[in-house]
Design a protein. Structure first.
Length: 367
């Protein structure tokens, strides 16, 4: 079975961008394309997370081929184990370092009652598990129909039992009822989690789409005709997303159905271009930088998050965080916006160096 280098580059590109957009030096002076849309709307940054879920689906196209000689219990034991590990790593990441600074400058234990339960890795874990179940039991046609039912059903639910505002949406209502305000993200001013329980359902469709595209690629290989069909499919999905946006606005934080269609369409187009460049015409461009990220994706992402958390937690001169101190002393002189960007790029490069060393030693950490 041929290994498509473009798929590795695509996965690595998503991890690279996830780190860049999460580690800007100054959030108040960051270029708009490197920020998420405040509510309705779309920015390039909003494409990063769904693209990683799409890449998870791509991987399933290869993994499923190895399921044939294994029992159902063996397959789902491994899937469940990986799901639990990824979910717990994400949960512990939000609790870490298990202490916080008070307003008086003292350290206190971070209580469980105020720990965020859901998040990026937790969504990856849930989508991984539910996507695996659907991919194992359903045919390609059933997966398409099932995804359609999820997206339309989610639209109906949000229309009937709430609205599309930050305060009144059903996603927030469900999370507050099940998890409680103390366990939700509060970065938007009120308890609301952009990786909520209900909004995980449409996110599964990004994984399913990635699987279907990955299977289409590996079944008989790719040529210009197949890539043309992929491009046309991507354009058709962009058109559908534009039309659906009028009644169900594109919104990353709600993970609306129009957002799913838009991001899947963009991912198909981007992947088509990468396959054309890398695997068909074999453009003499070295994509090794992104491949490094793609070989230890979750480990490098976790490294970046934990390193940033430690830098924010450590205090310099009693008040300022090490994170802001390094930015202020080492990067702010470049300029407010460019300094914040260069800080993120340098931080990302340091994470890449760890990935490069692991790859050089042939160490691949499977989470």
């Amino acid at each position: 079975m041929k290994r498509y280098k473009a798929l590795d580059v695509f996965r690595g590109l998503t991890i690279c961008l996830m780190i860049v957009v999460n580690t800007t030096g100054d959030w108040d002076n960051t270029f708009a394309p490197l920020l998420h849309a405040k509510w309705h709307g779309f920015t390039p940054t909003d494409l990063v997370f769904p693209s990683f879920l799409f890449a998870v689906g791509n991987a399933f196209a290869f993994v499923k081929m190895r399921w044939g000689d294994k029992s159902l219990s063996e397959i789902f034991r491994k899937i469940l184990k990986r799901t639990i590990i990824i979910f717990l790593l994400g949960y512990l990441m939000y609790w870490f370092p298990f202490m916080s600074w008070t307003e008086t400058g003292d350290l206190t234990m971070a209580p469980f009652s105020e720990t965020r339960i859901l998040g990026v890795l937790q969504r990856i874990a849930l989508c991984y598990f539910l996507g695996a179940v659907m991919i194992y039991f359903l045919t390609k046609r059933q997966l398409l129909i099932g995804s359609g039912i999820i997206l339309v059903g989610y639209w109906v639910l949000l229309c009937v039992f709430g609205d599309f505002t930050l305060e009144g949406n059903l996603v927030r209502t469900v999370d507050r009822l099940i998890l409680g305000d103390g366990h939700l993200y509060a970065g938007d001013g009120i308890p609301f989690d952009p990786e909520g329980l209900l909004s995980t359902l449409p996110a599964i469709c990004n994984v399913i789409a990635g699987y279907l595209v990955g299977k289409y690629i590996i079944d008989g290989g790719v040529d210009f005709k197949k890539l043309s069909k992929m491009l046309m499919c991507g354009v058709a999905l962009l058109t559908l997303a534009y039309m659906w946006d009028f009644s169900f606005p594109t919104n990353k934080k709600l993970w609306t159905s129009s957002f799913v269609i838009l991001t899947v369409g963009m991912d198909i187009i981007l992947l088509s271009i990468l396959i054309y460049w890398i695997d068909l015409v074999k453009t003499p461009v070295n994509f090794k930088f992104f491949e490094i990220f793609g070989k230890n994706p979750l480990f490098i992402y976790l490294l970046s998050e934990y390193l940033a958390i430690i830098m924010i937690f450590v205090r310099v001169n009693g008040e300022q965080s090490l994170y802001s101190y390094i930015y202020e002393k080492g990067f702010s002189w470049i300029g407010q916006y460019y300094g914040a960007l260069v800080f993120a790029l340098v931080f990302t490069f340091l994470c890449w160096l760890v990935g490069w060393w692991l790859d050089k030693k042939k160490i691949y950490i499977k989470v």
